[in-house]
Ligand binder design. Structure first.
Ligand SMILES: [Zn+2]
Length: 393
């Protein structure tokens, strides 16, 4: 019986006491105590005395020591990149901003990320164990880079995972940001899977979570990229991807703002277009409201097809500024209920994101915790455990 098995029971909450471990593993109490002492000595596990004493000795609770390691979540977004540091319990300790737009290219943005990570973890007395990065484009999850991302000039094939791994010396996962948002809603906010997350912003994308931490990425990582599905409406409109009639080219907030003559960026304000559009909708401008409803119906048509195909329990809409969200939600909801079959919509919950602007970072931290506590991660953790214990002991 390996030390890893005992750690695994504690990590996943399957055993919270020495007696639990003995029961679950069939090991003698003395052996269990020895193993637990080793884990406590390594700093990975702590034993706390709980106040809920019934009689006799107060019960002692085994749990992972949250301060035993650090996780970093990186949200590379169009206007800037955010970097969060969290403990092993997934609590965010600090969030920093790398003030560089994605247009500056991977060299500049990633150098800023490395700087920010080093600064953030410098004062914290624990080893960095895992980094998870979200990118706003199609991502090859296995190799850790973006593939032909329409809004990330210079990032195509740039080895983001490899670069950060080399600079920071820890494992790095790179994922599409909407996948991380979906993980955040399902595994942090506790929304029921199967969960389909649809992000409507400057672009349009989706992520599908089928169970706990089970993201459907597809064979190459391209699953969920619905922004470039061709819609029948206004099929002559040219998209940023080079095709015409993409959903994103007609129904994204960027497309709507452009239609209404609102500039996307003004000075340093990179969300000027969305903000102005939201203000017009909030003020009841009939042209803006009409255009938003039209876009929501187009998005709803595509999403209704996905609802047929995946039969999600929950459809979560995110990305849009809150004042636009009610209009978008109403439009998508109407279109999905009108177009999808009753069996697929009978118990379907359609809602807006609970985590909102924090969804990428929260999802990335959750995925990092999951990765650190995976069988491979636990072996690495024991090997690092101050050199005091080895995975096989
Ligand atoms: Zn396109």
């Amino acid at each position: 019986m390996s030390l890893r098995t005992v750690l695994q029971l504690v990590v996943h909450g399957e055993a919270t006491s020495r007696a639990d471990i003995a029961r679950r593993t069939g090991l003698a109490r003395s052996t269990v105590s020895q193993q637990v002492e080793l884990l406590i000595g390594s700093g990975l596990v702590e034993e706390v005395v709980t106040s809920a004493s019934v009689r006799g000795r107060p019960p002692r609770l085994l749990r992972v020591r949250a301060a035993a390691g650090l996780l970093v979540a990186v949200d590379v977004d169009v206007p800037a990149t955010r970097v969060a540091v969290a403990d092993l319990a997934g609590n965010t300790l600090a969030v920093g901003v790398v003030d560089r737009p994605v247009d500056d290219g991977p060299e500049a943005v990633l150098a800023g990320v490395v700087d920010q990570v080093r600064r953030s973890v410098a004062g914290l007395d624990a080893p960095l164990l895992q980094v998870v990065v979200g990118l706003p484009g199609p991502v090859d999850f296995v190799h850790g880079y973006a593939v032909r991302p329409p809004i990330m000039p210079g990032w195509d094939g740039h080895p983001v995972g490899e670069r950060l791994r080399a600079a920071l010396g820890v494992p790095v996962l790179v994922d599409n940001d909407v996948n991380l948002m979906a993980v955040g809603e399902a595994d942090v906010a506790g929304v029921d899977p199967p969960l389909l997350f649809v992000r409507i912003g400057a672009g349009i994308g989706s992520g599908l979570v089928t169970g706990p931490f089970q993201v459907h990425r597809g064979a190459d990582g391209a699953a969920g990229d619905i922004g470039h599905v061709r819609t029948s409406a206004r099929s002559e409109v040219l998209c940023r991807c080079g095709k015409t009639g993409c959903l994103e080219a007609t129904a994204s907030l960027r497309a709507i703002a452009a239609d209404l003559g609102i500039p996307e960026v003004r000075g340093a304000d990179r969300e000027h277009g969305q903000r102005t559009l939201a203000a017009r909708v909030a003020a009841g401008d009939p042209v803006a409201v009409h255009r938003i409803r039209q876009a929501a119906a187009e998005i709803g048509d595509v999403v209704a097809g996905l609802v047929h195909f995946f039969n999600p329990r929950t459809l979560v809409l995110g990305g849009a500024l809150s004042s636009l969200r009610d209009e978008v939600l109403a439009g998508v909801r109407a279109s999905v209920y009108e177009n999808a079959l009753p069996l697929a919509t009978r118990k379907l919950v359609i809602t807006t994101s609970q985590l909102d602007g924090e969804a990428v970072l929260r999802g990335a931290v959750a995925l990092a915790v999951q990765e650190v506590f995976s069988p491979d991660g636990l072996s690495g953790l024991l090997a690092r455990g101050g050199g005091r214990v080895s995975p096989g002991s």
